[in-house]
Design a protein around this ligand. Sequence first.
Ligand SMILES: C[S@@+](CC[C@H](N)C(=O)[O-])C[C@H]1O[C@@H](n2cnc3c(N)ncnc32)[C@H](O)[C@@H]1O
Length: 331
Amino acid sequence: MAVDTPRQLGFGVGSNGQAVRKEVDDTFSLKSKTVILQADTLAACQTLPTDLFSLIVTSPPYNIGKSYEQEVELQSYLDWQETIIEELMRLLSPRGSLCWQVGNYVNDGEIFPLDTYFYPLFKRRGLRLRNRIIWHFNHGLHASRRFSGRYETLLWFTKSDNYVFNLDSVRVPAKYPGKTHYKGEKYGQPSGNPRGKNPSDFWELIQEEWDTGIVDIPNVKSNHPEKTVHPCQFPVELVERCVLALTEEDSWVLDPFAGVGSTLIAAVKHGRRAVGIDRDPEYCAVSKERLDDLADGRLKYRMIGTPIHQPSGREKVSQVPTEWQTKGNGR
Ligand SMILES: C[S@@+](CC[C@H](N)C(=O)[O-])C[C@H]1O[C@@H](n2cnc3c(N)ncnc32)[C@H](O)[C@@H]1O
């Protein structure tokens, strides 16, 4: 796992360089800036205004028996999720986007890729898929009877063809910015975009992209600066890309399964209004604490675009253990 140096972390400054304001409400009002609703998702969604949200972004429970969920038969889980999705359709604005981040449901060693089950639930309601984004990470459990899983997916849908997409706000440096047109009227002129290139649907950070062309936003695990008590956070940076590309300033963002508030942080950092729903009082308290820390300039998070830590090869953990070297094969 990459450990970021303090220099690479952000401390409570919004994208416009202004300090983030401390305004968190526990009930919704159109005057609110940031709202944490400690409630059941469906019940809370039913209280929110129609067509308000420019972006709904979440990682729902995967039905895999985590501490915050009760595993049920796959179809019952999907039926429950569908009742929520139906309500989310009402909340999503006509130009809005919905980003649904999921991994696998696993039963008896068999995997069920949840995005393939969710896709028809959204498509049936008229949403249009714009990208199926691969979120690749290099750490996690090592499987012994299948290959270790190292990616999850994020389905990005829009409600209509008239949607917000601010590509310039999320461009990444081009691998070969010095490339030129090799023929025609523009012969010899730079062929790329001076603002950088499209980050693609395989999400990577700058250094990785430069070196290998692979998108890699670190998974939030124990030694990550954003880690809290929550067992399954997603990184703030993952949501930041969605917020920046798919919404305008001051628009509303909703996370219906907000956990410890990673979406709220990404939204508030960039001057958006946000509502997060979670039924767990402890997670809601941590969300509030993280938002306060953001406002006070104390919150640690990976700055968007921070390169993944690259081992130099000299670290102890990069060395082949001496026990493995005794047979002379170096392994
Ligand atoms: C995968 S986690 C989301 C984590 C979040 N993305 C973050 O970064 O902190 C799913 C969350 O859904 C919440 N949850 C599960 N069932 C719920 C329900 N019926 N109503 C409200 N929240 C629920 C859990 O408490 C859990 O925090």
